[in-house]
Design a protein around this ligand. Structure first.
Ligand code: ATP
Ligand code: MG
Length: 570
């Protein structure tokens, strides 16, 4: 039997796109000895559903062109960053690329990912070099005033300080002689450039904060724009691929590198449009607030659009890669329908999930013509999509549970499940007929008394007899109790923030429903990495909080798209 968590297949090679075309041309002309890309998250939150697009693009290019992709922590802002985030990013990236592009992961000498903070000494020296060339100056203006001057395109009164004075002040900034925010180092470019990023932008600021990697060593930190291009250069990156919002920063990226007389080939920046799925948000700052406000149980709550939440929900890395790659690489900003992702998840799980019987909202059925105490072991296929998954035995006995919804006392027209006097097939078992509905004093149905056609199971004399409906069931005496968490989309609206709306006002009140379900006994051996289909219900996976005392299953996705129907109704 194959292991259901084995990759079914890797996604087909990504179709070419404008960035791959550029790389292919560079490879053809042998512009670089090796293609080196990077994925540079800032460790100020967990990776979200948009990041796999960037991960799959950068690692995909390395994979397709025989290159390397570095995972780099872009950690220049100590106050917002944390080792918890660093650790989660490493885990999530490794999970996503395992078996696909893990061979293309670039690592440092000691087998660690890269950190911009590892270059703080070198970046400081580059700042000194710019000062010495008269291309950077220390500015004493207060932040608000500096912003105002930059907006107006006015020169700072400190712009023409001598190289000696700048060197002295910058060294003293580093030595901790000035208060936080008291002085900054700025590039000396063009005070009224049409591109605001060239209006003498900030390179260094004073910030007394312990850094998760460098501790208390520094009280000055380089700005993102200064650190990023230099980190790329130091790592020998050839193609620095990022999202569109950095397009306006590109002239600054080039300016810094070009003004330092660097001996090796310079990296070049290329931009593409972000992946923005519907019915979700992709901003770490906003995701943090869902965690802090306890709207979810944590970053890896299975409703969170984070890689760790998606993983915990039971989605495979392969399905997530398929989605990220399938979104395509362009310069056009657009919304990708969440239904596309959900359909990919269904197709992926359909191929690998083991079929099991589970009753979420049970009602008791007594088969009056089946002997008390008798247990029959019936054959059930594990996966009709994969013969090698084999068969298993499920116990059948006189008392069963079926789904409450599968019985209607006063059925609507075309109701082909169980009804008084009606017949239905029990999956893998007999055709049964409902003879009697038993109720309690309050009128609630407590039991259905049925008779089975004992010749109607597979191989029996009447097994070919057709009835319109087939329903699932579990043997009452053998059933396992399990907590089942039914997860659904976190937001009811395609664009939670449309027209400036507060995204918390469109949270889906039904994003989680918790039930105690009845499961077929073979699920006591369920393993976390195995995917299951509870027949007729959906795809499920064991939750990490599950243990032998208490089984917990997460619903990854329903069998059918229930949202499309809703959308049609409204
Ligand atoms: P946020 O705004 O949520 O903080 P970010 O862009 O600041 O996200 P980073 O950690 O800087 O997050 O992102 C790391 C890399 O991933 C960057 O190169 C960025 O361009 C890319 N990226 C971020 N969001 C997306 C997205 N939605 N789709 C594709 N790539 C993305
Ligand atoms: Mg960013």
């Amino acid at each position: 039997m194959s292991t259901p968590n084995e990759p079914v297949s890797n996604p087909p090679p990504a179709p070419s796109d404008f960035i791959r075309d550029i790389v292919a041309a560079h490879v053809a002309e042998k512009k670089y000895p090796k293609i080196v890309t990077r994925f540079p998250p800032e460790p100020n939150g967990y990776l979200h559903i948009g990041h796999p697009k960037s991960i799959c693009l950068n690692f995909g290019i390395a994979r397709e062109f025989g290159g390397v992709c570095n995972l780099r922590m872009d950690d220049t802002n100590p106050t917002k960053e944390d080792v918890e985030y660093v650790d989660s990013i490493i885990e999530d990236v490794n999970w996503l690329i395992a078996g696909w592009a893990d061979k293309n992961l670039g690592l440092t000498k000691d087998s660690k990912p890269f950190y911009a903070s590892d270059y703080f000494d070198q970046i400081y020296e580059f700042a000194i070099a710019l000062i010495k060339k008269g291309k950077a100056f220390v500015c004493d203006m207060m932040p608000d005033q500096m912003d105002e001057y930059r907006r107006l395109g006015k020169a700072s009164p400190f712009r023409d300080r001598s190289v000696e004075e700048n060197l002295d002040l910058f060294t003293r900034m580093k030595a901790g002689e000035f208060p936080d925010g008291g002085r900054v180092l700025r590039a000396k470019i063009i005070v009224d450039a049409p591109n605001i990023w060239l209006r003498d932008p900030l390179l260094y600021r004073i910030k007394r904060a312990d850094h998760h990697q460098t501790g208390g060593k520094w009280c000055i930190y380089p700005m993102y724009d200064f650190a990023h291009c230099l980190s790329d250069y130091l790592e020998g990156i050839t193609h620095s691929i990022c999202t569109l919002e950095f397009e306006v920063h590109r002239p600054l990226y080039d300016w810094i590198l070009e003004n330092l007389d660097l001996p090796r080939a310079l990296p070049k920046q290329y931009e593409f449009a972000k992946l923005i799925p519907s019915h979700t948000i992709v901003s770490k700052r906003k995701l943090i607030s869902l965690v802090q406000d306890k709207i979810v149980t944590g970053w890896d709550d299975p409703r969170m659009p984070t890689i760790s939440g998606i993983r915990r929900r039971g989605v495979t890395a392969e399905a997530l890669r398929r989605f990220a790659i399938g979104a395509g690489v362009t310069k056009f900003i657009s919304l990708t329908d969440m239904a596309v992702f959900e359909q990919i998840i269904r197709e992926d799980l359909n191929k690998r999930a083991l079929r099991r019987l589970a009753v979420l909202r049970p009602i008791k059925v007594v088969i009056t013509n089946f002997p008390e105490g008798k247990v029959e072991e019936l054959d059930a296929v594990n996966n009709p999509e994969d013969e090698s998954a084999g068969k298993r035995k499920i116990p059948f006995s006189r008392e069963l549970f079926i789904e409450r919804d599968d019985f209607q006392e006063i059925p609507p027209p075309k109701f082909f499940r169980l009804k008084p006097g009606g017949e239905v097939r029990l999956k893998y078992a007999y055709i049964i007929k409902c003879d009697e509905v038993v109720k309690d004093a309050a009128g609630n149905i407590t039991e259905l008394r049925c008779t089975a056609d004992l010749d109607s199971k597979s191989g029996g004399a009447t097994s070919a007899r057709k009835v319109k409906g087939t329903i699932h069931w579990v043997s009452a005496a053998h059933a396992l109790d399990a907590e089942v968490r039914l997860y659904d989309r976190l937001f009811t609206e395609a664009e939670p923030e449309k027209d400036g709306r507060d995204f918390k006002s469109v949270l889906n009140p039904r994003s989680l429903e918790v039930l105690t379900a009845k499961l077929e006994p073979s699920l006591k051996d369920a393993r976390p990495e195995v995917r299951y289909q509870f027949e007729r219900i959906g795809y499920f996976t064991l939750d990490k909080d599950s243990n032998s005392q208490k089984l917990i299953f997460n619903r990854t996705i329903t069998l059918k798209d229930t949202w499309a129907k809703e959308a049609q109704k409204s």
